[in-house]
Ligand binder design. Structure first.
Ligand SMILES: [Zn+2]
Length: 189
């Protein structure tokens, strides 16, 4: 059976969570974290979702992804990863929550997370950790950071005017952002 990320597979009593699946402990279920063929090993009571492509690897630490900031909290940003295709692989986000902690934004001390990113910003980030429910991201490298930031006042895209500084060409608002080296020059969809 062809299975998509997030799809229900069975209960934790029925199956053990194998490759390409995860446990939803609250509900006591096993769900797919992968796109591919569902294999149910009745003897070992193990569920697996294997893909023919290299998709599953792409959720692993080291992968650089693009995402949109959907929520800013005190210590953490919530980011919605976007699907993308490169020469080597297709990246399809799974159902997990992608987060960027304030300490992984950049090497310098940050007082307020909103001085670095705002809701709607497009961010290039590296996956640093994956667990049952969460994908952890970091942007503490030169090639990482926002590649397109939006003015929090008028929602227009902002221009880079210096290292980690941006300006809105519409309303003139100047502010700080952790910008990637190729801000608004790189591959942006
Ligand atoms: Zn503006």
């Amino acid at each position: 059976m062809f299975t998509l990320p997030g799809e229900y597979i069975g209960t934790q009593e029925e199956y053990e969570s194998g490759f390409g699946t995860y446990k939803n402990s609250e509900e006591g279920e096993i769900r797919s974290s992968n796109t591919g063929k569902l294999k149910l090993d009745k003897k070992k009571h193990k569920a697996e979702v294997r893909a023919k492509t290299k998709i599953p690897k792409m959720q692993a630490p080291g992968t650089v992804i693009l995402g949109k900031v959907t929520r800013t909290r005190d210590q953490v940003l919530e980011i919605e990863p976007a699907p993308f295709e490169s020469k080597k692989f297709t990246f399809i986000p799974n159902e997990k929550q992608a987060i960027l902690h304030i300490s992984n934004i950049k090497d310098d001390y940050i007082d307020d997370i909103k001085t670095q990113y705002r809701i709607g910003d497009i961010v290039r980030a590296k996956i640093t950790g994956v667990d049952e429910t969460t994908v952890e991201l970091a942007t503490d490298q030169g090639n990482l950071g926002t590649i397109k930031a939006y003015c929090s006042k008028c929602r227009k895209p902002m221009e880079k005017i210096g290292r980690d500084k941006v300006k809105c060409s519409q309303c003139g608002e100047k502010t700080t952002r952790k910008t990637a080296k190729d801000y608004r020059e790189g591959n942006i969809k």
